[in-house]
Design a protein around this ligand. Structure first.
Ligand code: FAD
Length: 647
């Protein structure tokens, strides 16, 4: 095999969304020579699509807000399964991260007296989301990019080279995290194996620490709000490197995706529509969410439309409308209405702002939504209701990390931040808590990755055999053969469609034991067929080849989701079991870790029962008493097991 080009860096950040860019800035500011690699164009990461805002308890619109209230809301939203220390750090540090963005040039919408404006969102007690219209992610990425350019200009002045300490490799994909074995079964990171999407050229970025910031997994599901990049690469890269994934059963189905026309099914309708006053109605015109307030939230939500409506003007003396319940609750309610035959013509329900706000306010506050519906569905949302239904949106499960340092378990030098990391959001994420998560834990991951590298006496080595193996794996689709001599290899697009249909139908929003067992059978079959996925043509920009490589990741991650979902016999947050509809206080103590069955990274397992993934149950760490003291005992009783309350 021809020699593969190698470059040496101190830190490699995989992903250039909010988490990756914030990590890279921090690592570079710590003095680490940092490479950022992303499979899309620089500035085009999924984060750009974020609409509603960044949750941070700045208290600009309601001075009652503070980090403790934000922490409480986050734990309630996650149904107390959150890695509580992450939720604490997130709530404490989010306001500073937002302020910091302004010092780097971001310009948020303002209150009449000139402060950063904050809007309401589901599950947040106070208006808390700093925003830029409904294009907040764009401003966030623009600002972080601008900061990166500023750092590169500094380096030019000092070294005569813009990329001396911070370089972006765009449209390049990482297929393996490389490791030096340490003999204790864990090993330590020594770099990444990558290919350039345009030329198909392979290269290796050698580095003692790697930050995974690759986002989510939505492209394993048929109906999703996620962009093409969300093939679970970082989740799979971590598994293959020997790091476990945490609680992969928790997948968020956002209640409001477009349902029509079919070509745009799944595209997100931001929660800001409801935060700003939009209401959900069924085909009978009824605001049905009042029928779906669960016991744990009864005291916090309005019991009548009048009270709910008064809350928008006087939140201190009224309770919020149930349209602003956490996403899992709203998604299940919509699902039930449609199932009961009270859905809209295209299988969703109606979301209406047209009767709630003047047209010019809708156009000013929700400009993207106005254009999205006008252009994609020929619907004028200032004059008629939207049709919406649940769409796969976010994965709460992810790489198991240390709360303070973002270090992945078991593999020295591996870090993870953003959507790819697990723990922070428990069983269900509150809207707006992702953008703040990216900034808080992106910074922490960059900081600790840089420190780790700086503290090493000697850099780990990348051996030639590993590089050759990774190259051979990446080239396999060009020489794939069918099941019998002369038969055509499998088509990666067909396999992808079958995978998406399987996950949508059998491991979707409402789950049943038999269906998930069926899904595992189907995944085993797809796994065997995916090893024969073949492509034609050459390595220069070949999307079929890229998909054939991504399939490995989607299949691994899908198996984690299905296996963990089958194991957890309760309903909690983004995991709803029709056969186990109640939330169990005993299950709150259980984290499910997924790890590779064959630690050498072999992926041949064909037995659906055995599969590629082992599940391990781990008891959650008890919540620190001073944090528990932020809740009323009556509330804790609903979530915690007897012995936890006693402790
Ligand atoms: P991303 O921004 O997705 O970045 C991932 C990066 O990894 C990309 O650069 C990609 O190219 C790269 N990558 C992936 N795989 C590889 C690989 N193998 N090799 C190299 N590079 C790779 N959250 C909020 O808090 N507020 C909101 O208002 C909000 N609105 C949303 C609206 C929409 C439509 C959607 C879909 C999500 C929204 N979210 C929102 C969620 C939020 O946008 C995401 O969770 C968040 O942006 C994820 O950021 P990230 O940095 O983890 O990953």
């Amino acid at each position: 095999m021809s020699p593969v080009e190698r470059q040496q860096w101190d830190v490699v950040v995989v992903g250039a969304g909010g988490a990756g860019l914030r990590a890279a800035i921090e690592a570079r500011e710590q003095g680490a020579r940092t490479a950022v690699i992303c499979k899309s164009l620089f500035g085009k990461a999924h984060t750009v699509m974020a609409e509603g805002g960044i949750a941070a308890s700045m208290g600009n619109v309601n001075s009652g807000d503070n980090w403790q209230v934000h922490f409480r809301d986050t734990l309630r939203g996650g149904k107390f399964l959150n890695q509580w220390r992450m939720a604490e750090l997130h709530a404490r540090e989010a306001p500073d991260r937002v302020w910091e963005l302004e010092t780097w040039g971001a310009l948020f919408d303002r209150t009449p007296d000139g402060r950063i404006s904050q809007r309401n969102f589901g599950g947040h007690e106070y208006p808390r989301l700093a925003h830029v219209g409904d294009r907040t992610g764009l401003e966030l990425i623009r600002t972080l990019q601008q900061k990166i350019v500023a750092l590169q200009q500094e380096d030019y002045r000092e070294f005569g080279d813009y990329e001396a300490r911070l370089k972006v490799f765009q449209e390049c994909t990482v297929t393996r995290v490389l490791k030096e074995e340490t003999g204790d079964g864990g090993g330590r990171v020594c770099g990444t194996f990558c290919y350039d999407r345009e030329s198909g050229r392979f290269f290796v970025l050698e580095a003692p620490s790697v930050v995974l910031a690759t986002g989510g997994i939505g492209k394993s599901f048929k109906v999703t709000s996620n962009s093409w990049e969300y093939t679970g690469d970082g989740h799979a890269l971590a598994l293959l490197a020997g790091a476990p994934l945490l609680n992969m059963e928790f997948v968020q189905f956002h209640p409001t995706g477009m349902v029509w026309p079919p070509s745009v099914k799944g595209i997100l309708v931001t929660e800001s529509v409801r935060g700003d006053g939009g209401v959900l109605r069924n085909s009978e015109g009824k605001r049905f969410m009042f029928d779906y307030v669960p016991d744990v939230f009864k005291e916090k939500y309005a019991q009548s439309e009048e009270e709910g409506d008064r809350w928008y003007d006087d939140p201190d003396h009224n309770r919020r409308p149930p349209e602003l319940l956490p996403r899992d609750e709203v998604a299940r309610a919509i699902n039930s209405e449609v199932k009961a035959g009270r859905g809209s013509p295209h299988g969703g329900v109606f979301l209406d702002v047209s009767t709630r706000m003047p047209a010019e306010v809708i156009k000013r506050r929700l400009p993207s939504m106005y254009h999205q519906f006008k252009e994609l569905a020929d619907v004028d949302i200032t004059a008629e209701a939207m049709e919406v239904g649940p769409t796969c949106h976010y994965v709460m499960g992810g790489i198991a990390v240390d709360s303070d340092t973002a270090a992945a378990r078991r593999v020295a030098g591996l870090y993870a931040a953003g959507e790819v990391a697990g723990g922070m959001h428990g069983s269900n994420r509150l809207g707006g808590n992702s953008l703040s998560d990216l900034l808080v834990f992106g910074r922490r991951a960059g900081l600790h990755a840089a420190r780790y590298t700086a503290g090493l006496a000697a850099r780990p080595a990348v051996d030639e055999v590993q590089v050759d193996t990774a190259a051979a794996e990446a080239l396999r689709p060009f020489s794939a053969e069918g099941p019998e001599d002369g038969a055509t290899p499998e088509n990666p697009y067909t396999l992808h469609q079958e995978l998406q249909q399987t996950m949508n139908d059998l491991v979707g929003i409402i789950r049943r034991e038999g269906e998930m067992a069926q899904a595992l059978e189907k995944l085993a079959d797809l796994r065997v067929r995916a090893r024969r996925a073949g492509v034609e043509g050459h390595r220069q920009f070949n999307p079929g080849w890229h998909l054939a490589l991504d399939l490995r990741n989607m299949l691994l991650v899908s198996e984690c989701v299905a296996r963990a979902a089958l194991e957890r016999t309760e309903s909690r947050g983004g995991h709803t079991r029709e056969d186990h509809p109640a939330m169990s206080r005993e299950w709150r103590r259980v984290n499910l870790l997924c790890q590779l069955t064959d630690p050498s990274g072999g992926l041949a397992a064909t037995d659906p029962v055995r599969g590629q993934i082992d599940l391990v149950r781990v008891t959650t760490e008890p919540i620190r008493p001073d944090l528990l003291a932020l809740f009323e005992k009556e509330e804790l009783v609903k979530y915690l097991a007897e012995e936890e309350l006693y402790e």
